[in-house]
Design a binder for this molecule. Structure first.
Ligand code: FES
Length: 153
């Protein structure tokens, strides 16, 4: 099974729920995808591509501001849905300036992620197919790399 398929079509574990503390950014590389997790004050866990669409700076080196994420390269700010909400020094916000976001579902102490366009309910069918894949040997072990914020310095 191709890893790209696994990432795009399956729920993939992003980490233990307890790893994602509120008010901090958490960088992960999962199946070669640089991701940043952010837990909002209301407890919602957000997952985005860890690349600012402006100049590709890692958003995990940014800052959380009222449930939004500010890139510290030139200060562009993104909402939890990935849309740009502020460009310093200009009023017009380009609608194309978006970060890819992922659906996050927390079940059984894990945070599961999936591309938002592929989201569907994480229910019995998903659990069964995961268990069946494991029993039949079709399961795939995926390594998760935890990046420290200063990995880019
Ligand atoms: S790279 Fe993020 S604001 Fe420019």
């Amino acid at each position: 099974m191709e890893l790209h398929y696994v990432f795009e079509e399956r729920f993939v574990v992003g980490g233990w729920s307890t790893e994602f503390e509120a008010g901090k950014l958490h960088a992960r590389t999962i199946i070669n995808q640089p991701l940043v997790f952010m837990r909002k004050e209301d407890g919602t866990l957000i997952d985005m591509t860890d690349r600012c669409p402006h100049r590709w700076a890692p958003l995990s080196m940014g800052r959380i501001e009222s449930g939004t994420l500010r890139c510290m390269y030139l200060g562009v700010r993104f909402g939890a849905d990935g849309r740009c909400v502020e460009v310093p020094g200009q009023e017009k916000i380009p609608s194309a300036l978006k970060v890819r976001t992922f659906a996050v579902i927390e079940r059984h102490k894990w945070a599961w992620i999936r591309p938002r366009e592929n989201i569907r309910t994480f229910g019995d069918a998903e659990r069964r197919s995961t268990a069946d894949a494991y029993r039949s040997g079709r399961s795939t072990t995926v390594r998760i790399k935890v990046r420290s914020p200063n990995a880019y310095s």
